[in-house]
Design a protein around this ligand. Structure first.
Ligand code: XIL
Length: 322
């Protein structure tokens, strides 16, 4: 059987985000189909350090070693974010000290993992609500309105050979897209070393519309940035609405809808392949997707290409057979 990574080799890399428990259960599947990896959690700031002076790399090391043994590209995730970041770095600090702390953290990451080809430098900095532009975060409060430019510069000084990405979700909806475009244009106009845009693509069988997806790819690519589809999953729930009841499975109709959606999506990605470095799924098999506990703990979701047993779903065949 042809594998995903073979099928898509002429277009872009096919990535997956995983954890140690995915390796325990699905190592063969990962090895067979994927040629790029992102640590689902293990490289996040708080996973590496949760108290001053102490760093733990073991969790990420296991995943990185596996990726290297299997010739997978490694994409770093993530440095500056409002979530999964230790509180201690923000306590009793001046702006200058916080930038130094980030510089030091970035240096440790580089010394340990080597200089990766690409890294999410800043994650989810745009506000979703209509009445605000930037998200109100500790980074923003301490470093000020131009903090994104500052942190990109700091990170670039430490990792000059790494392609630095801005990464966000709801990135193809017009309102947020406009704000992200404003941010990226501003950064580029000031010569800030941002070289890529990560389109998280946490989407669903109900949308967004394919036109919005095309337009967003065109917009971001028009800035001369490299693109990654960085966290793809196609949820069974519209906008991941927490009030929607659990879908019951097996449900051939929903699985067909998902397969059709995936096929259209990959048609689009293929047609813009010259701009796209990788399409990365946020997970390996349905059983271990983060959407089984977000936004509703225990509400099962089925957003990926492989089922609970690691068997290919209709969605898998839909992107292989055309
Ligand atoms: C998620 C992980 O998959 C979960 O295991 C964790 O509990 C929360 O974070 N956007 C991102 C990712 O950039 O880092 C998030 O990953 C999903 C949303």
């Amino acid at each position: 059987m042809e594998t995903l990574k073979e099928k898509y080799a002429p277009y872009f890399k096919i990535g997956t985000a995983f954890e140690g428990r995915d390796l325990d259960r699905k190592a063969d599947l990962i090895r067979t189909h994927f040629n790029s990896m992102t640590c689902a959690n293990a490289m996040k700031y708080v996973s590496l350090t949760h108290e001053p002076g102490s760093y733990h790399f073991d969790r990420a090391d296991r995943l990185v070693s596996f990726a290297k043994e299997n010739q997978m590209a490694i994409h770093g995730h993530t440095l500056v974010w409002h979530n999964q970041t230790p509180d201690y770095i923000f306590e009793n600090t001046t702006p200058e000290q916080l930038l130094e702390t980030l510089r030091d953290h970035t240096q440790k990451v580089k010394d340990h993992f080597g200089e990766l080809a690409s890294f999410d430098a800043v994650n989810e900095a745009i506000e979703d609500k209509s009445d605000a532009y930037l998200r109100d975060t500790k980074w923003y409060r301490i470093l000020g309105e131009d903090y994104i430019a500052k942190v990109f510069r700091t990170i670039h000084e430490v990792m000059p050979n790494t392609r630095l990405f801005y990464n966000d979700y709801n990135e193809c909806y017009p309102e947020k897209r406009t704000k992200i475009m404003r941010l990226l244009k501003g950064l580029l106009a000031e010569g800030v070393p941002v070289s890529g845009m990560g389109l998280q693509s946490h989407i669903s069988i109900y949308g967004p519309d394919f036109d919005e997806i095309k337009r967003s790819i065109e917009d971001y690519a028009s800035l001369g940035l490299r693109l990654r589809i960085s966290e793809l999953d196609v949820s069974m729930y519209k906008d991941n609405n927490p009030d929607d009841p659990q879908v019951s499975m097996p449900n051939p109709e929903l699985m067909k809808k998902q397969a059709d959606y995936y096929r259209e999506l990959f048609k689009i990605y293929r047609s813009y392949a010259q701009h796209i470095d990788a399409v990365t799924f946020w997970g390996v098999a349905d059983s271990d997707s983060w959407l089984n506990y977000f936004p509703v703990p225990g509400r099962r979701n089925y957003p990926l290409l492989f089922d609970d047993n690691g068997e290919p779903k209709e969605a898998f065949y839909s992107i292989m057979d055309f």
